[in-house]
Design a protein. Structure first.
Length: 259
């Protein structure tokens, strides 16, 4: 029921309706997550920006990803580029290839467990904090927001998990939303295989392993939580101290964004 079906953009869904604490749920029509909308058709754009009223788009991609697949939003829509990794804008870039793979241009097949854990580094945490603040502030002012990375799985998945945590969803519910990405992911296995086959230098067995390991898997999201715990002492301390999310702020966002 939360899926938004578009012609040229995959893995789009509304966080509205997800249960939170106290018998409440996320208000529909405020938070949308998905893939980069560079393939959006005219009807897709009408649905996103006219019918759904998205007023802010948060682009979590690296600068080189954005240059490879640019897109435009209506002049009335705020566009924010807040990459988690970007050499020029953040000062760091993720370049560590998984075993048995190579870097092609600036594309890298990462080890998901290492990648998710690495997101808790101080520079990326500052970017996560900024993206989280922007999403929650817009939504709490009844301004729908769409946030995305490339495929809407990893970086968008982490931001979605943090938004839901702030709004009071329990860990199991957060994980359920994260795993829904596999519905879209499994429909594009052929394309993913071709990409990983190149990065694995023609090794078909390794390419198949990479396709499987790059699904939305519980251990990947848990690896981010572990990195946050290692960084701050506990995940809750990471949210409170490193993301500057006090109990007062949480209550304000819960009041505005759940019902």
């Amino acid at each position: 029921m939360r899926a938004v079906v578009l012609q040229g953009v995959r893995n789009v869904r509304d966080l509205g309706g997800i249960p939170t604490s106290g018998g409440r749920s996320v208000r529909p029509g405020l938070f949308f997550r998905g893939a980069a909308p560079y393939g959006a058709t005219l009807s897709d754009k009408q649905l996103l920006f006219d019918d759904m009223g998205i007023s802010c788009v948060i682009d979590l991609r690296c600068g080189w990803e954005r240059k490879a697949h640019p897109y435009e939003v209506p002049t009335s829509v705020e566009y924010l580029h807040i990459p988690f990794y970007d050499l020029e804008k953040v000062g760091i870039e993720y370049t560590e290839p998984a075993a048995g793979t190579k870097v092609v241009g600036r594309d890298v097949a990462c080890d998901p467990l290492r990648f998710y854990r690495s997101l808790a580094n101080p520079l990326t945490t500052a970017q996560i904090r900024s993206a989280l603040d922007c999403a929650l502030e817009h939504a709490s002012n009844a301004q729908p927001v769409y946030f995305h990375c490339n495929g809407g799985k990893d970086r968008a998945g982490v931001l979605s998990a943090l938004i839901l945590h702030v709004l009071g969803a329990n860990p199991e519910t957060i994980m359920d939303d994260y795993l829904l990405t596999n519905v879209s992911r499994d429909e594009e296995q052929a394309q993913l295989f071709e990409r990983f086959l190149t990065l694995a230098d023609g090794d078909e067995a390794r390419a198949h392993e990479l396709v499987a390991s790059h699904r939305a898997l519980p251990q990947n999201l848990h690896s981010f939580y572990e990195g946050a715990e290692e960084s701050a002492g506990s995940f809750e301390a990471f949210v409170t101290e490193h993301l500057n999310m006090s109990e007062e702020r949480k209550e304000r966002y819960r009041s505005a964004c759940t019902n």
